[in-house]
Design a protein around this ligand. Sequence first.
Ligand SMILES: Cc1cc2nc3c(=O)[nH]c(=O)nc-3n(C[C@H](O)[C@H](O)[C@H](O)COP(=O)(O)OP(=O)(O)OC[C@H]3O[C@@H](n4cnc5c(N)ncnc54)[C@H](O)[C@@H]3O)c2cc1C
Length: 90
Amino acid sequence: MADPAQLASAIKALPITVSATRPIDEAISTAGGVLFEVLNQGLMLEQLPGVFCAGEMLDWEAPTGGYLLQACFASGRRAGQGVLGFLQGK
Ligand SMILES: Cc1cc2nc3c(=O)[nH]c(=O)nc-3n(C[C@H](O)[C@H](O)[C@H](O)COP(=O)(O)OP(=O)(O)OC[C@H]3O[C@@H](n4cnc5c(N)ncnc54)[C@H](O)[C@@H]3O)c2cc1C
């Protein structure tokens, strides 16, 4: 820790030893976030009209496997439609 050069070298090498893996059921990339119960169909916060949530802001848990981006794009689209509806007074 006292030698910046040695510390930088250690950080760049990132020595991590994997001793075991956790079960696939626990391999969750996102956890926690805004509850669906406080959002309307357009993913707008009921308590804060004009504020929308999407992607990892939301409380959904996704098993890994490449679908996080898809879900983020899909919820972003839904929120975008919600913004449009909000601006049009629907
Ligand atoms: C290393 C890694 C590999 C991954 N690989 C995959 C994969 O192969 N397949 C897959 O489906 N998913 C993968 N994911 C997960 C996926 O990338 C995320 O789930 C997804 O990008 C989340 O999208 P998001 O829009 O919710 O958040 P983000 O992509 O994090 O977007 C949030 C944006 O908000 C910006 N921001 C933050 N604060 C502010 C602020 N105050 N004002 C303005 N802007 C702000 C940030 O700069 C950022 O651009 C991976 C994630 C990581 C970290």
